[in-house]
Design a protein. Structure first.
Length: 318
């Protein structure tokens, strides 16, 4: 857990970079396993969104809770899941987190506070809110974080959960990973009005953050960042619920079998560097890693160009 009130030191930058590269390498290997017919089921890759999971989970402790989505490998790894048990689960092996019976979209790890991925869009919002209710009833200083995509903004369970969380002042953070597309549909064609306005309608504190910037001290407000530590000072853990929309890119298709799609050329969210791993700060951290002869996962990752004259074009996905 990193303190937002102190500057991010070189060690923390390297740790976050390593975490993002680990997720990227895991996803690339998962794709290889699936496309070579060695992995059962489907694979929804988290490539391009690594900064969201890493940035959020860096603020959490092991005992804090998260709930995940069908695109949940990155959340699991950022919260502390072991690579070998993750791969065992994807391959249907008994050594996996769910003894091989959950697969890619249903990984859970109680030891690290991961209450599970969910193949139902928005399905984990009730679970995270229930976990937050448990925290309040037990009087502990934990926090629950609910990851969901912009496609879940059409699900009624999300709003029922937000309503209860605000009424009961539960310590829960709703993190919307807005990668702009649900399957083939741009969010502007599926989500009416202001995304954050939906949370604010319940009186929930809501903010926009840059999902391509892993630096939590600049990406998230102090009351979000310090939520786990500040909970000790709140009577009965009566934290206000917090919502955030992190604009990011998923540079893989919605599933590994989906056809490639072109981004709307008029999209105002276009960035010259669409992956946080290729941002100037992260590239600087990468060079430190390599200069120290500790490439870790570098062999599994090809550094994207950071030149503004050669922007990368992602394939949007839900």
């Amino acid at each position: 857990m990193t303190n937002a009130n102190s500057p991010i030191d070189a060690e923390s930058w390297l740790h976050m970079y390593e975490q993002m590269c680990k997720i990227r390498a895991f996803e690339e290997t998962s794709n290889e396993l699936y496309t070579s017919a060695r992995m059962p089921g489907l694979a929804h890759l988290y490539i391009g969104e690594e900064a969201v999971a890493v940035g959020v989970c860096e603020a959490l402790r092991r005992e804090d809770y998260i709930t995940s989505t069908h695109r949940g490998h990155g959340h699991c790894l950022a919260k502390g899941a072991a690579l070998d048990r993750m791969f065992a689960e994807l391959l249907g092996k008994a050594d996996g987190y769910c003894r091989g019976k959950g697969g890619s979209m249903h990984i859970a790890d109680q030891e690290t506070g991961n209450l599970g991925a969910n193949a139902i869009v928005g399905g984990s919002t009730g679970i995270a809110t229930g976990a937050a209710l448990s925290i309040k009833m037990r009087g502990t200083d934990q926090v629950a974080v609910c990851f969901f995509g912009d496609g879940a903004l059409g699900q009624g369970l999300l709003y029922e959960s937000m309503n209860m969380a605000q009424l009961w002042k539960l310590p829960v953070i709703y993190v919307c990973e807005n990668n702009l597309y649900g399957e083939y549909t741009h969010h502007s064609e599926a989500v009416a009005g202001d995304m954050l306005g939906r949370a604010r309608a319940f009186g929930i504190h809501a903010v926009d953050v840059d999902g391509q910037d892993v630096a939590p001290s600049t990406r998230r407000p102090a009351n979000w960042w310090n939520a786990p530590a500040a909970a000790k000072d709140r009577p009965s853990c009566s934290a206000i619920p917090i919502a955030s929309a992190a604009i990011t890119w998923a540079t893989s298709a919605a599933t590994t079998t989906a056809a490639a799609r072109k981004k709307n050329p008029g999209d105002s969210a276009t960035r010259s560097t669409c992956s946080a791993i290729g941002s100037p700060k992260m590239v600087s951290a990468k060079r430190v890693c390599w200069n120290a002869s500790t490439p870790m996962y570098a062999a599994k990752w090809n550094a994207p160009s950071t030149s503004p004259s050669t922007p990368s074009t992602p394939t949007p996905a839900r």
